[in-house]
Design a protein around this ligand. Structure first.
Ligand code: SF4
Length: 385
């Protein structure tokens, strides 16, 4: 029999033991959210959301401080369901996915320094074997399907009698991904409109933050930085060519990922043969995570694009990347560097021209030896106009 202390409950708020701990704090959710404790929990949930939006999903997130007093612990645990309510009110699959990814990684980070009996307890609570080095194929597939590395693919694992072998060091990663799956399974939850109205400022806030995050990450949409594959698909759209389902998915997800508004994406499809506005709207909303699906849609990796025959005209930059979004980021950086360089060159020429003008007027003599010929020519043009 495992006894969890208050700190454990705050570290693992998804456990039913944690939820029972706060189960009696108020007779109604609406009342609680308006109470001082509820307001703290909302604030805590908003902070969690901010962290979730900026979390990259590659390194361990910094662990939050957990004060020992009962009141703070209650607020931290209560912020877990509150954050789930906020993303449910937002009705945005991307936000849901960001939240559960961050929360599952937080648990993963706590597990790195956890006692073996608590680890066993957590595994059991999410339906994984407490000990051992194998899990059933049915449990493994939804977990591994989200992991990018080749080692997680079923064909690269040892499977014996329906059980997949997992190395002891990999087990926490399995727990993390299983948790992510379990946490996302029931989201979005149905929230009464009165509660969503109460949380509307937080909902608006995270939506704005997310938009800002996308803009910061990708900046304004720069078509000249699109990878060749996406340019080709856009070319096909403009030329009313036939598009496979995968090509439509790839371009819609790509455009959504770099921050293009859904309405703009839908407009682009206006040229496609047999354009069906309702169907297109549904597909684009679905891809952008607003259609009530359970997946965050990221445009496919280059390997998948190749498999589907839509990796078109790869260029030299393509050899250094494995995702069209990486191509876009790098190319955009290159373009802005070039622009910056040519702006400073132009500035430089202008300064030389200015200097030249000053020298001439200062000395009244010939300063052509000090002026490069291009600038000289430019000066002449200016004078001629
Ligand atoms: S290598 Fe990747 S980015 Fe380049 S064209 Fe192919 S799919 Fe697109």
């Amino acid at each position: 029999m495992v006894t969890l202390d208050r700190k454990d409950l705050a570290k693992y708020p998804f456990l039913k033991e944690s939820q029972s701990y706060i189960g009696t704090i108020s007779s109604s959710l609406e009342q609680y959210l308006q109470s001082p404790g509820g307001k703290h929990a909302i604030k805590e949930a908003s902070t969690t959301m901010q962290c979730a939006l900026s979390f990259n999903g590659r390194e361990l997130p910094p662990l939050p401080d957990i004060p020992p007093d009962a009141e703070s612990i209650t607020n931290i645990i209560a912020s877990y369901p509150v954050s789930r309510i906020i993303v449910s009110c937002a009705q945005d699959r991307v936000l849901i996915d960001r939240l559960v990814r961050y929360q599952s990684w937080l648990v993963f980070a706590f597990l790195q320094d956890e006692s073996s009996y608590v680890k066993r307890f957590i595994r059991k609570s999410i339906g994984l074997p407490e000990t051992g080095t194998e899990i059933s194929v049915t449990d493994y597939i939804p977990v591994a399907s989200r992991m990018q590395e080749e080692r997680w693919r079923l064909i690269n694992r040892v499977v014996i009698r329906g059980k997949v072998r997992v190395a002891p060091l990999e087990y926490d990663e399995i727990v993390r991904e299983r948790l992510r799956y379990v946490m996302a399974r029931n989201l979005p939850i149905k929230v009464p409109s009165s509660i969503c109205e109460l949380l509307q400022p937080e909902v608006d806030n995270i939506k704005t933050e997310w938009q800002k995050h996308i803009l910061e990450e990708f900046g304004k949409v720069e078509e000249s930085a699109f990878p060749p594959c996406m340019q080709a698909i856009l070319g096909a759209i403009a030329g009313q060519g036939h598009l496979t389902h995968m090509a439509r998915f790839a371009i819609s997800a790509f455009l959504h990922n770099i921050g293009m508004e859904n309405t703009r994406i839908i407009e682009l499809y206006g040229n496609v043969q047999n354009f069906d506005l309702r169907k297109t709207m549904y597909q684009v909303e679905h891809i952008s995570g607003r259609g009530g699906t359970s997946t965050e849609y990221i445009s496919p990796q280059c390997a998948t694009m190749r498999t589907h025959g839509i990796c078109i005209h790869p260029d030299s930059l393509c050899q250094k990347i494995n995702h069209p979004l990486t191509y876009y980021k790098q190319k955009k950086r290159e373009i802005s560097k070039k622009n910056l360089k040519s702006t400073s060159e132009q500035k430089g020429s202008r300064q030389i021209l200015d200097k030249a003008g000053t020298k001439k007027s200062e000395s009244g003599g010939d300063s052509s030896n000090q002026i490069p010929s291009r600038a000289d020519g430019g000066n002449k043009d200016e004078q001629g106009t």
